[in-house]
Design a protein around this ligand. Structure first.
Ligand code: UP6
Length: 259
């Protein structure tokens, strides 16, 4: 899986969003996902205006935004069309299927109307996937198979059962949020890896950061999530270009087999 180029993996993808995302990465030559963890819509839109051309995916947390509105999502959608990136709402669903379906379709956020894909935990069991599958067309789910935070309670058995559960929903699953390449083998799925900064470090609340080399070349990351590494920089735009170039270099090194 890890040595195949994104354009070939696009052809193997069974989920429409995964196919699209592989193609965007190959066309724009970027595997950078910006985690735009800001609390104001103007801050978010201003930043996307500046870095949209450098990213393949934007990851949102709609529930941290203080002035969330339909107008905001319309504008974000316009930017995603203009710059050709997709939108992932990192909702990390973790309830019974019935409620997750309502959380996806309803509420103030109406996530299904603007997000190309969402994240979900496998903890509640298969019903969560059944519900998300029944709740729309041409959408996707990144299932949490591992977490970046220290002391998280995910075991090797949990990870294995997560992948077995997901294999029953090939049209729904875009990929996994995970840290290691041995998590899954299907080259049509995407490894989304958070916990990345240019230097390995930690924050005060258990987040663990690895370097681009480690997460892409050693650990098989396909789409790399960077939040504060870009968002908290003096010049997020300059930093986004730096991350984009560094991450892409690691990917080309990986597929050339020259590691
Ligand atoms: N995220 C993780 N680790 C996980 C899953 N998700 O950090 O295992 C998400 C967080 C945050 C982003 O919810 O939005 O990735 C990481 O942000 P950071 O780069 O600022 O630490």
């Amino acid at each position: 899986r890890v040595v195949l180029p994104y354009e070939q993996r696009a052809e193997l993808a069974k989920n429409a969003v995964a196919k699209q995302l592989f193609n965007i990465m190959a066309t724009k030559k970027t595997n950078l996902c910006l985690s735009v963890d800001l609390t104001s819509t103007t801050q978010i839109l201003d930043l996307l205006e500046k870095v949209g051309e450098h990213i393949c995916l934007v990851k949102t947390h709609a529930d941290i935004i203080e002035d969330f509105s339909n107008d905001f999502t319309t504008r974000m959608k316009q930017l995603s069309n203009r710059f050709n990136f997709l939108i992932l709402e990192d909702r990390k669903y973790a309830d019974i299927g019935h409620i997750v379906s309502l959380q996806y379709l309803k509420g103030v956020h109406r996530i299904s109307q603007w997000a190309d894909c969402v994240t979900a935990h496998s903890l509640p069991g298969e019903g969560i996937l059944k519900a998300l599958f029944a709740s729309g067309d041409n959408h996707g789910v990144f299932l949490l198979a591992e977490m970046s935070s220290e002391g998280n309670l995910i075991t090797p058995e949990y990870k294995l059962s997560t992948v077995t559960m997901a294999s029953k929903y090939p049209e729904l699953i875009t990929g996994y949020v995970c840290q290691n390449k041995d998590t899954f083998t299907d080259p049509g799925l995407i490894q989304l890896t958070p916990g990345v900064q240019l230097e390995s470090s930690r924050d005060d609340f258990g987040q663990v950061y690895n370097t681009p080399e480690k997460v892409i070349i050693e650990n098989g990351g396909d789409v790399i999530v960077v939040g504060r590494g870009i968002v908290a920089a003096k010049s997020p735009e300059t930093q986004a270009v730096l991350y984009k170039d560094t991450l892409w270099k690691c990917y080309t090194k990986r597929i050339s087999g020259n590691n």
